[in-house]
Design a protein around this ligand. Structure first.
Ligand SMILES: C[S@@+](CC[C@H](N)C(=O)[O-])C[C@H]1O[C@@H](n2cnc3c(N)ncnc32)[C@H](O)[C@@H]1O
Length: 452
């Protein structure tokens, strides 16, 4: 599991003289790893009560454990959620409430560090309770009675007010990210920065192999889930109620997948038809592969490739649930896997590994580590993948190169370099960037034709 390093992301602002003391404490385990699940099960949970009163002592212990997994142990936030919510089973609504609050803390970690009189977000790893207090104070909830020795309560309100006036802090933007995106996006960046600071909407994709979008809306409403169709994305519904989607019968029956509405625009862009031979070259767990199977009405064949076998195993499970039967999976464990498929396909989707800067709203912990060195490596991988994997399409066929980044250097500049080096064998037909300020997550897609 990749560890997070939170050490280098501090905002550059003047700090007050009463900066926090470095009271290093031994690591705490807030929930016993062998917590008795029975006592945690099905506790009554009233969303409105919690909203008014803040966190219960039980919730505080769970939040402490999740924050500790990420800030102290360096686990990614989604893995920490998976671990703790499997161990401490609670009602779906309460789980949703906690995820919402913890995501909001991670979205603006630099803001809360300053409110706690700390220099860097990484300093919060030694002051998890301070973070919880600062968060509650900002929500204007009563401050919970937790051990927070050295926490400066006087002037909390004033520090929150001052931090809110600093755009970078208020939008939870680390300095490295601001520098990189200002350089790449110039005038466009401030509005994207603002958009990336917001809580994302929830979208699902109706699985056309089993239902229609309209029917799915009805079925879900019978299960208490409120949705509305998304304009401009024929397969997408926005979920507007606080629902436990994965516990619905509709999900178990494979009627839908959770997928951002912007992401749902990429598979149709490939223009794959029923009966074609299609390669999804970086398929991962198959978000787009499953959509391609639906577009192709289960006819023809999709070869789903990835370097990570466990992701393809996930894809197999998801295809069974979705009723998608035209997908073959192959792990890329040598260059031969790709070479054997040269000149093979009518369509090739290259959903390349990337910085993920377009989807930061959904991974709010990832920005607190300077990703610039990794982005340099990723760009080399993207160019290599583009030049080799594009050979898998037949002459006359289409390649779509896509990312969930909004950086031109991972997107249009990569495509430009690839086309320039192809000696006329490939031509760009059309490309699009979806920006977070337009509503969905940020994505790029380029449609390229093989001419020789
Ligand atoms: C953006 S993710 C793909 C997401 C997926 N297409 C979806 O819609 O859910 C990029 C994927 O590329 C894979 N990957 C990384 N390096 C690769 C390589 N050299 N060749 C093929 N896949 C690679 C990663 O394991 C990851 O699953």
């Amino acid at each position: 599991m990749e560890k997070r390093d939170f050490s280098k992301s501090g905002p550059r602002i003047n700090r007050k003289a009463n900066a926090g003391k470095n009271t290093s404490k031994p690591r705490q385990r807030f929930f016993n790893k062998n917590a008795d699940k029975k006592t945690m099960h099905d506790r009554p949970f009233k969303d409105t009560t919690v909203k008014r009163l803040g966190f219960s002592p039980f919730q505080i212990r769970l939040i402490q454990s999740i924050l500790s997994s990420v800030l102290v142990d360096g686990k990614p936030l989604d893995k920490a959620y998976a671990y703790w919510f499997a161990k401490v089973k609670i009602q779906a609504l309460e789980q949703g409430f906690l995820i919402k609050q913890i995501n909001a803390m991670f979205r603006r970690l630099s803001f809360y560090a300053i409110v706690c009189c700390l220099k860097r977000p990484s300093d919060l790893s030694r002051h998890i309770n301070w973070l919880i207090l600062a968060y509650c104070a900002e929500q204007e909830w009563p401050l919970p009675d937790i051990d927070a020795e050295g926490f400066d309560r006087a002037g909390l309100k004033e520090r929150i007010k001052i931090a809110k006036e600093d755009e970078l802090l208020n939008e939870g933007c680390p300095v490295w990210l601001n520098e990189l995106c200002t350089k790449e996006l110039s005038d466009k960046w401030p509005q994207e920065r603002k958009a990336l600071a917001k809580e994302p909407s929830r979208y699902i994709r109706a699985n056309a192999l089993k239902t229609t979008r309209e029917n799915l809306g009805h079925v879900l409403s019978e299960e208490g889930v409120v949705t509305r169709p998304v304009k401009g994305v024929y397969s997408a519904l926005e979920v507007t109620s606080n629902a436990a989607l994965f516990r619905t019968a509709a999900f178990k029956e494979g009627l839908f997948e959770q997928q951002d509405a912007g992401s749902q625009l990429i598979p149709p862009f490939l223009d794959a038809q029923p009966g074609m031979r299609v390669i999804d070259a970086c398929a991962g767990s198959g978000g787009k592969t499953l959509q391609l199977a639906a577009i192709m009405e289960n006819k023809g064949v999709i070869i789903a490739l990835d370097t990570e076998g466990w992701k393809l195993d996930d894809l197999k499970k998801r295809s069974r649930r979705a009723g998608a039967f035209n997908i073959e999976t192959r792990v890329i464990d040598s260059t031969k896997v790709i070479k054997r498929l040269y000149d093979h396909a009518d369509r090739v989707l290259i959903d390349a590994p990337c910085s993920g800067l377009g989807v930061l709203r959904r991974t709010p912990d990832s920005k607190w580590r300077d990703l610039r060195p990794r982005i340099i490596e990723l760009k080399k991988i993207q160019q290599d993948i583009l030049s080799r994997y594009s050979q898998m399409v037949k002459v006359g066929g289409i390649v779509v190169y896509s990312t969930c980044s909004i950086l031109p250097s991972e997107n249009e500049l990569q495509v430009k370099e690839f086309i320039a080096n192809s000696n006329g064998a490939f031509e760009l037909l059309e490309d699009k960037t979806l920006y977070p300020s337009e509503g969905f997550d940020g994505f790029y897609m380029a449609k390229i034709i093989r001419k020789a």
